[in-house]
Design a protein around this ligand. Structure first.
Ligand code: SF4
Length: 471
């Protein structure tokens, strides 16, 4: 039996652009790890390379984000026309199974660990069902990824990733986890064993990325106690790693020090806003804005590169705040922003339900618009065009070479921890990537106002498909 696992991708500019980066979808390796040993499995990541449309597999698993749905529907329809059986899974498929069922042979609406093996068994018996919703088997059931299938020649900067936990104990109103995922973590010996015996390493750049990996968890710090124990177990491995976690962990100096000693050299945290009203509107009370500067200084001085994400367009934002945001950032002694997006009301979130009840979702929105770079709602204090004006200006202002120079200059000498400086140098291009989403000057960045990618539009017309409308 031949199986393909495909992570699809569409670029925020709505042009057919690839964006190989350190962080890639690891769902193909995860699903491949759940396939039986007798299956011949291939994995594809469209962020790195085009999907070969002339190949044949018996079974094709698709993993996608909301905004990739229209494109994934096209690929699935083309494959089904050629006799292949297709499967969709993930958050969008779980939330809209009735819609998704029209374009795929089967839909997985729950965790992959029990459902992928059950689906494959049914497929082999010729008894495939339309929907698979077996309940979670718990975090201990997470299987080792198929690291051996990662092709580091297709993406020279990518790193192998591993999950230690799933979910998050916080309840930010815009987050797709809120109300859907309980926080749970894997037994630490299982995680350590997987890193020691299964993981593969990127040997590019003369070994600069050797023995380096990332934790894929939404929030590795969901339980400070677990994180402490995990770091203690990682100490003897002498590996280098990165992760995403919440601001509250960064305030705990002894834990940050332990993470650095255990090999952590990179942390991403969603700062989201420097505006207290917006933080309140997002229910993100764990972020303490008065402590941002101290947290940045402390984290770097322990030898960890800290990167922040910001979003605009939330209900606390005003013209004055967004206008002065570059000044506020300049006031921070250490520039550390690597992601800028527009707050997105994903349909399964409390934020979406609030906007829906208040009639503030923009008309004409399709799933393609839910990409985190397109305004899908009317904010309380701003006109949609004002949000977009601020967003595009900020992307152009923040994602610049002088800001990379400032990033390097202010932090290069802050720590002598092994491989701190190389982690810092690798983080520089992230700053430049802030401007990537706004490279298409013809885009309006307001839901319902931009057409989909030309290829997807043409294919949907030829195949008789309609974009999914969300309101
Ligand atoms: S802290 Fe992050 S992962 Fe957790 S609910 Fe908030 S946005 Fe989601």
């Amino acid at each position: 039996m031949r199986i393909a696992v495909i992570a699809t991708y569409t670029h925020p500019t709505r042009r057919r652009v690839k964006e190989p980066s350190i962080m890639q979808s690891a769902v193909p390796e995860l699903i491949a790890g759940l396939c039986p040993p007798h299956a011949e499995v291939e994995i594809f990541n469209e962020k790195e390379a085009d999907i070969p449309l002339d190949r044949h597999w018996d079974l094709v698993f698709f993993s996608y984000l909301h905004s990739y749905y229209e494109h994934t529907k096209v690929l699935s329809t083309l494959f089904r026309q050629r006799g292949m059986v297709t499967v969709a899974g993930g958050r969008h498929a779980s939330h809209f199974p009735d819609d998704v069922e029209q374009y795929f042979d089967a839909v997985i609406t729950s965790e992959p660990e029990p459902n992928v093996p059950a689906l494959i068994q049914d497929f082999e018996k010729g008894e495939l069902k339309k929907r698979y919703s077996l309940p979670s088997l718990g975090a201990a059931a997470i299987q080792p990824y198929r690291y051996d299938l990662i092709d580091f020649t297709k993406n020279r900067v990518r790193l192998a990733g591993i999950e230690a936990s799933r979910g998050c104990p916080f309840t930010c109103n815009f987050c797709v986890l809120t109300g859907h995922e309980r926080y749970r973590f894997r037994p630490i010996p299982q995680v350590i064993e997987e890193i020691q015996t299964k993981m593969t390493w990127n040997k590019n750049f003369m070994g600069a990325m050797d023995n380096v990996f990332i934790f894929l968890d939404n929030n590795l710090g969901g339980s400070p106690k677990y994180l402490r124990e995990l770091c203690t177990a990682l100490l003897p491995l002498k590996k280098i790693w990165g992760c995403a976690l919440t601001f509250n962990i960064l305030k705990d100096e002894s834990l940050v020090r332990l993470m650095a000693e255990a090999g952590c050299r990179y942390i991403y945290t969603g700062l989201e806003s420097l505006n207290p009203d917006s933080i309140k509107a997002m229910n993100k009370g764990q972020n303490k804005l008065s402590e941002v500067n101290a947290v940045i200084r402390r984290t770097f001085s322990h030898g960890i590169v800290l990167s922040f994400g910001l979003i605009v367009g939330s209900d606390g934002d005003t013209n004055e705040y967004l206008h002065r945001l570059p000044e506020y950032l300049a006031d921070l002694s250490y520039f550390s922003i690597t992601f800028l997006g527009i707050v997105c009301p994903y349909p399964e979130t409390p934020f979406f339900r609030e906007l829906q009840a208040e009639g503030r979702l923009l008309p004409g929105t399709i799933s393609r618009d839910y990409d985190g770079y397109t305004l899908c709602h009317r904010p309380k204090n701003l006109h949609p065009s004002e949000v977009v004006e601020h967003f595009t200006r900020l992307c152009d202002t923040l994602g610049t070479l002088p800001n990379i120079a400032r990033h390097y200059w202010s932090k290069l000498m802050m720590s002598n921890m092994p491989r701190y400086k190389s982690a810092l140098i690798f983080s520089g291009p992230e700053i430049l990537s802030i401007r990537n989403p706004v490279q298409n000057k013809a885009r309006r960045y307001i839901a319902g106002m931009d057409s989909m990618e030309e290829w997807d539009t043409q294919q949907q017309a030829a195949l008789g498909l309609q974009p999914q409308r969300i309101s």
